[in-house]
Design a protein around this ligand. Sequence first.
Ligand code: MG
Ligand code: MG
Length: 236
Amino acid sequence: MRKAGRVVAEIHEATRAAIRPGITTGELNEIAADVLANRGARSNFLHYQGFPAVICTSPNDMIVHGIPGSYVLSEGDVISVDCGAIVEGYHGDAAYTVGVGEISDLARRLIEVTERALWAGVDQLVAGNRLHEVGRAAQRVAEGAGFSVVREYVGHAIGTAMHESPQVPNYWPGTPGPMLKTGMVFAIEPMVNAGSFDTYVLEDGWSVMTADGQLSAHFEHTVAVTEDGPEVLTVL
Ligand code: MG
Ligand code: MG
């Protein structure tokens, strides 16, 4: 899983470096596909329930699951990139959000808070702790900043499949959840909205939007519970 995670991190680095006004989300997808090919990795996104690309690109009020294509990034956009890789049968999955050129103070704060919510959740992945503390911690950060946490889409266990049980809510669901044990691996992925947490899906069947048209951000890492605490696998 470390190997798969490194490929995902490499895709992040390559796409991040290419993001600028004028590039299309389709071009970002090609950059990601090149990294997968160069590393001999397979995509866990392509053909997933019919998904047509190796990354998801979700600008502005799109929360997650956007299909890369002809959308041209422009100054002031907020773009989320989510991708994964399979190496030797094991999966990695991670996402980041970044501003394109100069962005608003609100956008910058939303991105910063969402990343902080991710790390607050990751810090809870300690053996003996309960899984739903992840969401409690992420929610506290997001709501503490005046933002909201998406309810309908959540994180997940990950291993020889991308989406394994149990799910990982990014909010406190009212129960403590399973006990964490060394060797468990989870994709922690808060989606934080500037406005309300309500969502809807576009007619393409994929693109998840904020119901109120306000901005959304998304950060994700694949993280293992180890004897020494949480180990982030989707890093170089
Ligand atoms: Mg993901
Ligand atoms: Mg995921």
